[in-house]
Design a protein around this ligand. Structure first.
Ligand code: AMP
Ligand code: TRP
Length: 349
């Protein structure tokens, strides 16, 4: 028998509880983009919904990671979550590899997702570059594992930066196809991405057309979570801009990507809109604006870096958080993977 056809008929919606899941790879130092695009949202959500924040080490090894460093990198991301204000009493913080159900569900989803869907993923194209045939198979099927991370908790919302939009669409496609193929309407939710706000796409400080990224060879392109006050201020002072003063209106910001980015960063750090920033700084030059932005960035980011350094001096404490988080996560993931396997028809039914 061939697999079931998808139907256009309306299907019952998911009726389970709201849950939030997100993850960050332990593959290098975190930067302001990760902070504004992801971590600040984690902190806001933990008071509203049950939250799961993992350190996605299974994703990290889709490209080579030195085994001697990976454990420390995992602790570093956990420290960043804590330093940014994620409270382990409220949200579960854990390493992805410590909850086996992620990998198990990913395999099942590998058999649900279609090659054609993965062929469209732009992140794979970017990361594999010119040498696709030398990439790991894991890098190709990376978004399927991401869908498993999310759906093994039946997460209804996922806070991420804009670069993850396509992976979240794939997650919905996989959930819908699974529910349809296994006659389990509403079993997996159609997860909503939470991407809005000026921090969802922070650009490089050296190039307004490139995303701020861990992998940019220029350290001046990003503000790292661990940068000290001097480094933060200096990188902002040196950020690429144009010679014009800031405009009064948002429309005039659009053709000026570097200016737009700095205004967006200010807005995200201050918790206001870009329009509000322009109300205050419109008509003023970067000679005024950059020092104000540097002061704000140092005030917000400086203490986070300090907290991170303090936390990393005590790996045993971080491990305690990770262990407790993994236990909580397991308790939610286990019944979901068990029911999924039953639906697929695995023994003993
Ligand atoms: P990664 O470091 O790739 O694991 O990303 C962790 C989180 O940070 C994800 O939610 C990304 O979407 C988000 N993120 C990464 N870079 C940026 C950026 N430049 N601007 C906004 N969000 C970002
Ligand atoms: N792919 C994400 C990134 O590179 C990390 C990630 C893995 C993730 N699993 C996830 C994000 C689940 C949100 C939900 O940024």
């Amino acid at each position: 028998m061939t697999e079931p056809e998808s139907t256009a008929a309306p299907v019952p919606a998911y009726t389970g509880p709201s849950r939030v899941l997100s993850g960050v790879q332990p593959s290098g130092a975190l930067h302001l983009g990760n902070y504004l695009g992801a971590l600040t949202k984690f902190v806001a959500l933990q008071d509203q919904t049950e939250c799961f924040f993992c350190v996605v080490d299974l994703h990290a090894i889709t490209v080579w990671q030195d085994p001697a460093k990976l454990t420390a990198q995992t602790r570093e991301i956990a420290a960043a979550y804590l330093a940014a204000g994620v409270d382990p009493a409220k949200a579960a913080i854990f390493p992805q590899s410590a909850v086996r159900a992620h990998a198990e569900l990913a395999w099942i989803f590998n058999c649900v997702a279609r090659l054609g869907w993965l062929d469209r993923m732009t992140q794979f194209k970017e990361k594999s570059g010119k040498h696709k045939e030398r990439s790991s198979v894991g890098l190709y099927t990376y978004p399927v594992l991401q869908a498993a991370d999310i759906l093994v908790y039946k997460a209804t919302q996922v806070p991420v930066g804009e670069d993850q939009k396509q992976h979240l669409e794939l997650t919905r496609d996989i959930a819908a196809k699974f529910n349809n193929d296994f006659s389990a309407p509403g079993f997996f939710p159609l997860t909503e991405p939470l991407i809005e706000g000026p921090g969802a796409r922070v650009m490089s400080l050296r190039d307004g057309a490139a995303k701020m990224s861990k992998s940019d060879p220029s350290d001046n392109s990003r503000i790292n979570l661990m940068d000290d006050a001097d480094a933060i201020a200096q990188k902002i002072r040196r950020a690429k801009t144009d010679p014009e003063p800031l405009p009064e209106g948002l429309e005039d910001l659009k053709p000026r990507p570097e200016a737009d980015n700095l205004v967006g960063i200010y807005a995200a750090l201050a918790g206001v809109t870009k329009a509000e920033v322009l109300l205050q700084y419109g008509g003023r030059g970067f000679g005024d604006f950059k020092p104000a932005l540097a002061d704000l960035a140092v005030a917000v980011m400086g203490p986070i870096g300090e907290r991170m350094r303090r936390l990393m001096d005590d790996p045993a404490e971080i491990d305690k958080v990770l262990r407790a988080g993994a236990e909580r996560a397991q308790a939610v993931a286990e019944p979901v993977i068990e029911e999924t396997k039953r639906l697929v028809g695995f023994w003993p039914g």
